[in-house]
Ligand binder design. Structure first.
Ligand SMILES: Nc1ncnc2c1ncn2[C@@H]1O[C@H](C[S@+](CC[C@H]([NH3+])C(=O)[O-])CC(=O)[O-])[C@@H](O)[C@H]1O
Ligand SMILES: O=C(O)C(=O)Cc1ccccc1
Length: 241
């Protein structure tokens, strides 16, 4: 069973963060204590998926981790002949996700795939969800990924995108970072855990400003983009084709 995140509790030589078996064990606790509004984002993405799902189409959960968004989307789909394709490039995540999904019954088929977002095909999609995943794609590749998603979406289809964001200048960025660190402290993380985690993700998770995200979504063709959630430096958007 999953446990409490104490990965950075002891002082250590901090290496780049990876989604390995140790992280899988504590992932639900880690994400719940680290991301303000995570449960709200997951449940609302499910509602939006239910609203935008089209009959005879695919719904994608890219960077599915343990499948929280997949489960939330699946609970809300009431259209005929939909299937969910959940993708993650971490083998231990995919393995645990498959196990986890078996615990819930549904009519909607789910295909959990080990794969890289840069390499998978997106086709006949009414909904594509990326809940804190684009941030792990190198910045110079993000537009290409979004172009592929846009091309694979049906007219009226949506991208549901949640991201940790950077403030628009250093003053605003530091204000958001301080509020987020306070949130983590309140959730029981020590100063050492907060600072070692920050070091672990600084090379592998580069955040963009919200304005960069919005401009990029418009550049690839999305006509309507709406931010529907923001708390500190955590944000969720819906982009409609
Ligand atoms: N190139 C890639 N291709 C596929 N997967 C990737 C890639 N890069 C990273 N990942 C995967 O993206 C997920 C990011 S976690 C998403 C939470 C989930 N959406 C949730 O709603 O609970 C967010 C976080 O922990 O910061 C991990 O499982 C990675 O293995
Ligand atoms: O763990 C943290 O403090 C982070 O900021 C990383 C993060 C960002 C978004 C989703 C999950 C974890």
């Amino acid at each position: 069973m999953t446990g409490k995140d104490s990965i950075y509790a002891a002082e250590q030589e901090v290496k780049d963060f990876t989604f390995d078996a140790n992280v899988v064990e504590v992932f639900p606790d880690m994400i719940q204590r680290s991301v303000p509004g995570y449960a709200t984002m997951v449940s609302t993405m499910g509602k939006l998926a239910g609203q935008f799902a089209q009959s005879n189409s695919n719904l994608y959960d890219l960077g599915c981790a343990l499948g929280a968004v997949t489960l939330s989307m699946r609970r809300n789909i009431d259209k005929e002949n939909c299937q969910i394709i959940a993708v993650d490039n971490s083998a231990p995540m995919v393995e645990r996700c498959q196990l986890h999904l078996k615990g819930f019954k549904s009519e909607v088929p789910v295909d959990v795939q080990l794969g890289d977002i840069n390499e998978i095909e997106i086709k006949n999609a009414s909904v594509v969800a990326m809940n804190f995943t684009l941030q792990f794609i190198p910045q110079e590749q993000r537009q290409t990924v979004l172009e592929k998603i846009y091309a694979g979406l049906k007219p009226g289809g949506v991208l549901l995108l949640s991201e940790k964001i950077k403030g628009e200048n250093d003053v605003k960025d530091n204000l958001l970072i301080d509020l987020h660190h306070d949130f983590k402290r309140q959730n029981g993380y020590s100063e050492l855990e907060i600072s070692q985690k920050r070091t672990a993700i600084e090379n592998i998770m580069r955040t963009d400003a919200l304005s960069t995200h919005i401009e990029r979504l418009h550049t690839v063709g999305f006509g309507n983009t709406q931010v529907w959630y923001q708390c500190f430096n955590f944000c969720s958007m819906v982009a409609i084709k």
